[in-house]
Design a protein around this ligand. Structure first.
Ligand SMILES: NC(=O)c1ccc[n+]([C@@H]2O[C@H](COP(=O)([O-])OP(=O)(O)OC[C@H]3O[C@@H](n4cnc5c(N)ncnc54)[C@H](O)[C@@H]3O)[C@@H](O)[C@H]2O)c1
Length: 374
């Protein structure tokens, strides 16, 4: 492990502070992974700002899926394309001629990556190569963001947050594939993008939570499924500590960074952490208990002591760089994030219009951002 140096030298504060819809309106944006959880939320946010948006991804997951529930395809060009197929990716990018690409399509699950390592590496590593390779030949692209994860760092299970300049690593195939995706990004930046004048950054978020996530093997979806079925919540690692954050938190960071990359270019072409404040890095058991009290459920939880593959126990991100260089900061704390999830899920169970509710939560996030930045 090398010295933990400052990664802030040579950058000046441009202080974007919030997502500017006047910047985004009428931009041409290609988003990969728009049929997934984060991609659906980001699509709605981009749509609300008047972006000309095309998404490429696989079909949405089996119902219920946020993509269907919030009618994401209504406000964008929705295309099915497999990022493992370079010709398909290139055809989409060449035809659409985006100015900005946000690449978030991935196989994102740790436990599934133990079952399907080839699929995980093919999607997360070669998929990234394909998107970057197509981007550099398109002739239209000014800024690219590659979405990796907090798990891309070599995890020492220590109490400090990881900084952007610390070594990549990864114990399991998912984490390591995202570390590889980071290395691909770095090589593409130095080998091709700098000369081509295309700004390229990678972004590392924490454990993202929010309404509309029904993925398997993720805590909040597992908790809500148990509440609905009136069964105890089964958790694998009650004491595992994760940097939890509402999905709109890292998405606001990605949007602010994309704006900085587009307007200021190269200076922002590097890795960026977007995690919660320290006090929101909490154990799994705490989340389950808070969710139960907000839901109004006398929840019990039991530990699944089965033989599970290795998962990290302690993981924190240092977000000093995003705070001081972009003016980004967490807006909703963990308590507010859990409130929003409960509000969202109860509204869905009550048959509400979830596209409208997502739009209201995005508007409320933006309004809270303005208040906190006054
Ligand atoms: N959810 C989290 O807690 C979290 C945390 C950190 C990073 N991330 C990263 O954020 C991104 C989005 O995660 P998510 O939680 O929305 O996952 P998700 O599973 O809900 O969505 C994944 C998206 O990628 C697409 N995809 C998968 N394989 C593809 C392929 N071969 N070709 C084209 N598209 C493909 C899917 O169709 C879907 O649109 C991923 O890169 C993930 O690694 C997620």
């Amino acid at each position: 492990m090398g010295e933990r140096q400052s990664s802030l030298e040579g950058l000046e504060l441009i202080n974007i502070k919030s997502v500017h819809s006047d910047f985004w309106s009428a931009k041409r944006v290609l988003l990969t992974g728009h049929t997934g959880f984060k991609g659906s939320w980001l699509s709605l946010w981009l749509q609300s700002m008047g972006v000309t948006l095309r998404g490429i991804a696989l079909d949405p997951p089996a119902p219920p899926a946020l993509f269907d529930v919030a009618r994401i395809a209504e406000g964008m060009e929705h295309r099915i394309a497999d990022i493992r197929d370079f010709a398909a990716v290139k055809a989409q990018i060449d035809e659409f001629q985006p100015e900005i690409i946000i690449h978030m399509a991935a196989q994102p699950l740790v436990r599934y990556s133990y079952q399907e390592p080839i699929e995980t590496y093919a999607t997360n590593v070669m998929g990234t190569v394909h998107v970057l390779e197509a981007a550099r030949h398109a002739g239209s692209v000014k800024a690219v963001i590659n979405v990796t994860t907090d798990k891309c760092y070599e995890n020492h299970e220590w109490v400090w947050g990881y900084r952007e300049n610390e070594p990549m690593g990864g114990y399991d195939p998912y984490s390591s594939s995202k570390g590889c995706s980071e290395l691909v990004t770095s090589a593409y930046r130095r080998s091709f993008f700098e000369q081509a004048g295309i700004a390229l950054a990678s972004v590392r978020a924490g454990n993202v939570i929010g309404g509309g996530d029904w993925s398997v093997d993720r805590l909040i979806p597992d908790v809500l499924r148990a509440f609905e079925a009136s069964t105890p919540v089964v958790i694998r690692s009650p004491n595992a500590i994760r940097p939890w954050q509402h999905v709109l938190e890292p998405l606001s960071g990605y949007l602010m960074l994309a704006q900085a990359l587009y307007e200021e270019g190269e200076k922002y072409s590097s890795g960026w952490n977007f995690g919660p404040n320290d006090e929101d890095t909490k154990p799994v058991q705490w989340i389950v208990e808070q969710m139960a009290s907000k839901w109004g459920y006398d929840a019990a939880w039991i530990q699944d002591r089965g033989d599970h593959p290795h998962e990290a126990n302690y993981l924190k991100l240092d977000v000093s760089k995003a705070k001081s260089q972009l003016g980004w900061k967490p807006i909703w704390n963990l308590d507010q994030a859990l409130e929003k999830i409960v509000e969202w899920h109860k509204a869905w169970l009550a048959g509400s219009d979830m596209r409208t509710l997502c739009g209201q939560q995005i508007a409320s996030y933006q309004s809270d951002t303005r208040i906190l930045h006054v």
